[in-house]
Write a protein that binds this ligand. Structure first.
Ligand code: CO
Length: 131
């Protein structure tokens, strides 16, 4: 497993992307809207992982709820695995709790989320990229 990305909830993804680019010295940024999750995302590429800045696109977005109750900040860490189905089965065998089933993410990925209670208060995504 490796860390695929770190996702941060922000109020304004354009402003946040500029500030992150400056702070980290990153030239390129990609933007993507994921309708199913109700977010617009700025993707900043690091050496072997990414930072994703997420702004809600609608009132019922889970990120909107997060920002309202907790403000801007770290939302989740994503771990990449080659075989998400097998990994979920293995983790469930260890008592790890999940939020929902494996579902399609952006760009042909498969994703699911691990309950923060299983990881000492950290929400984590498990993802597999299509081969
Ligand atoms: Co993510």
């Amino acid at each position: 497993m490796k860390i695929d990305h770190v996702a941060i909830a922000v109020n304004n993804v354009d402003e946040a992307a500029k500030e992150y680019q400056q702070a980290l010295g990153i030239k390129e940024v990609e933007f993507e809207t994921i309708e199913t999750e109700g977010v617009r995302v700025a993707i900043l590429h690091l050496k072997d992982s990414r930072i994703e800045l997420m702004e809600p696109t609608r009132e019922d977005s889970p990120i909107k709820k997060f920002l309202t109750s907790r403000g801007e900040g770290l939302h989740h860490i994503a771990f990449e695995t080659d075989g998400i189905e097998g990994e979920v089965t293995r983790m469930k065998g260890c008592g790890v709790r999940f939020l929902g089933e494996i579902r399609p993410g952006s760009r042909g990925t498969k994703v699911t989320f691990i309950h923060p209670k299983s990881l000492h208060g950290v929400l984590a995504e498990l993802c597999s990229h299509s081969k």
